[in-house]
Design a binder for this molecule. Sequence first.
Ligand SMILES: [Zn+2]
Length: 188
Amino acid sequence: MKCKICGAELKKEGDICTNCYKAYKEEEELKKDVKEILKVKRKYSIAFEIAKNSWIFVIFILSSLICLTAGGILEELLLILILGGVLGVILFVDKRLAMATKATFYEKKVVYTFKFLFINTTKVVKYSDLKDITAFQGFTQKRFDYGDLCFYAKGTIPGTNLLNGFQIKNVENVSEILGIIKEVVGLS
Ligand SMILES: [Zn+2]
């Protein structure tokens, strides 16, 4: 007799081995864990995006000066149109990314979802499988108290590739949120 799931030789009468049974039981337990404790999302802010992409304005002002000295009002209008277009695309994409990213914390697990265009990712990580959580802040993020939260998992979890966990960018009040999360998952 062999285990129907992993193919291991069975010592006792049955369909699946004790390891697979344990994994199955654990999964069933996790499914029952539906009480939401905390939700963490990627923040969308126009002010932050403009601050982060301020180089666009620098280029705009420089090119405007060149246009003005050359005396081209049409070129000036074209520049404004291009600037508006580029900013519009950046803001649109960022808003979509913010809407697409979410981590929901339950009593024993965190569920990360990312739904963007044709990408549809869900990762379920048990708190006991979490190794560490870190917050990273770039220059502009520091000014806004935003940060990127990285969740590192022990070993391999299904559907994971990068950093063996997941990441949520631009989380608001990041230091405070990190403290709350660590308490919820028992890493504090
Ligand atoms: Zn098995």
